[in-house]
Ligand binder design. Structure first.
Ligand code: SF4
Length: 218
């Protein structure tokens, strides 16, 4: 049976965490996370860099037409949806606080800060968790489609939606490994435990995994 500790130990021996957020402000991380939805890291980083080149500040972006923003981030996938989401999210923050800077969340406790972020249009639990974790060191385990799939196949959780999986993992994963486990499960989902065809034969977790064990019993 898979346990959080064993999964973490085995995956840590295979993958290394990538640090992509060094030098970024909390609002930069928020925008980069919205851009990362439903696309590869390569595409979203390219779109993020294009935005930073085009606009000297997030306030300048808010004043730009959505079609223009969409053109700037066309390489990032779903440009119209993301342009609208970024503009609405940043405008929402500015309307509430008078600024696009979300550094004030640092002073809040995790639940309070999460509530503020998820009240913004376009910010769900996963995006909020990434921002809280990477910007402010508030221990969370953001759950995207990879983390959701792998955690359910392993049997760490049995949940229908990423938001529900996140709620359970928040409870059962120790704070000290939440962020690292998030990165490890994403890497594993991309490399081995793929959506359509998991490569169980090559997986370091196969002896612990519910999905693999039960598919062998059929
Ligand atoms: S054994 Fe298969 S289903 Fe289980 S985690 Fe590994 S690749 Fe995914």
């Amino acid at each position: 049976m898979a346990t959080v500790g064993e999964v973490f130990k085995r995956l840590s021996g295979v993958y290394k965490s990538k640090v992509w957020w060094d030098g970024m402000s909390p609002t930069d991380i928020l925008v980069a996370t919205i851009l990362s939805q439903n696309t590869t890291d390569k595409n979203s980083i390219r779109a993020y860099k294009a935005l930073k080149r085009r606009y000297s500040s997030w306030d300048e972006l808010i004043s730009a037409p959505e079609e223009e923003i969409s053109g700037v981030i066309h390489s990032g996938g779903l440009p119209n949806v993301k342009a609208k989401r970024i503009k609405q999210t940043l405008s929402g923050i500015k309307k509430q606080t008078g600024s696009t800077d979300i550094s004030f969340l640092h002073e809040m406790d995790k639940k309070e800060a999460e509530k503020v972020l998820t009240s913004l249009h376009g910010v769900g639990p996963k995006t909020a968790a990434v921002v809280l974790s990477l910007s402010f060191g508030k221990e969370t385990i953001p759950v995207d489609t990879h983390v959701h799939r792998v955690a359910n196949r392993l049997g760490l959780v049995s949940e229908k939606t990423p938001a529900k999986t996140q709620a359970v993992l928040e409870e059962i994963v120790p704070d000290s490994i939440k962020l690292d486990l998030h990165h490890l499960l994403i890497e594993h989902g991309r490399e081995i435990c793929k959506s359509q065809k998991p490569e169980c034969g090559q997986c370091v977790l196969n002896r612990l995994c519910n999905y693999h064990i039960t598919s062998h019993q059929r």
